[in-house]
Design a protein around this ligand. Structure first.
Ligand code: PEP
Length: 255
């Protein structure tokens, strides 16, 4: 069975105390989950990473838990006030980084070229890039959703070797579905996941890149989404902020 992924993207939510309480409630519930079947990735704010790293330290092999950052800088180091490098993240036990989330593309104006540099930097630091792509509402309305996603993939992944691409996971997240409660239909998810699978397979000759879905995923709709073809798991925002819905989505993923 291919390993499944569930990423809890907490965005700019929770204090450190709230994050710690969440993890203390979550950890015992994961004891029965086989780490070879699931990677449950917690993606909190930068400031929470050391506290959560300390809580899961030493338990990675017996619990399906890992730590993912929501962003990093593309340069190795330097005079970039307020930024966080990939090496800093790796040095505290972070194992992956979200790259290209639509909120960063929109609010921080991150473009394809910058994202390509970040992917390289994350790989060079020994971590897994979780590359987010997805069409805007406008592109969906005009029927150019595939063209838009194709461009995002081509321009940010070009230059990667097959060996490098196999270290990535891709999250298909239609922008109009993120944080809106408007989940994509199973048909739309299947169409896009099949399209991305074919693109990666044609360009890199591998089927080993997990493709996740993100956008208003919750315990009610998770099972149907996770059962769709080529869906290797989910990237979840709001529904990952509480332990109970998160564990229900874990059950949907493994069930
Ligand atoms: C996300 O942040 O990537 C996301 C999918 O958020 P939500 O689940 O809240 O739509």
């Amino acid at each position: 069975m291919q390993k499944k992924y569930l990423i809890a993207n907490w965005k700019m939510h929770k204090t450190v105390q709230e994050a710690t309480a969440f993890m203390q409630a979550l950890l015992p519930q994961l004891e029965a989950v086989d780490p070879s079947q699931l990677a449950l990735c917690i993606a909190p704010s930068f400031v929470h990473l050391p506290a959560i790293a300390a809580l899961i330290d030493g338990h990675e092999s017996i619990r399906p838990l890992s730590l993912v950052a929501q962003n990093c800088h593309h340069a190795a180091e330097g005079a970039f006030t307020g930024e966080v490098s990939a090496a800093m993240l790796a040095s505290i036990g972070v194992s992956g980084v979200l790259i290209g989330h639509s909120e960063r593309r929109i609010y921080q104006k991150e473009d394809h070229l910058l994202l390509a540099k970040k992917i390289k930097r994350v790989l060079a630091s020994g971590m897994q890039p979780f590359f987010c792509c997805g069409e805007s509402l406008e592109a969906r309305r005009h029927g150019s959703h595939k063209t838009m996603v194709q461009q995002q993939l081509e321009e940010s992944l070009s230059g990667l070797t097959t060996q490098e691409i196999e270290k990535l996971a891709i999250a298909y997240e239609p922008v109009w579905a993120i944080g809106t409660g408007q989940v994509a239909s199973i048909e739309a998810i299947t169409e896009m996941h099949t399209f991305i699978r074919q693109m990666v397979s044609t360009q890199y000759g591998t089927e080993r890149v997990p493709i996740l879905y993100g956008g208003s995923c919750n315990p009610q709709n998770a099972k149907a989404i996770f059962d769709a073809p080529h869906v290797a798991g989910g990237l979840v925002g709001s529904a990952s902020l509480q332990v109970d819905p998160l564990m229900k989505m874990v059950a949907a993923l493994l069930g």
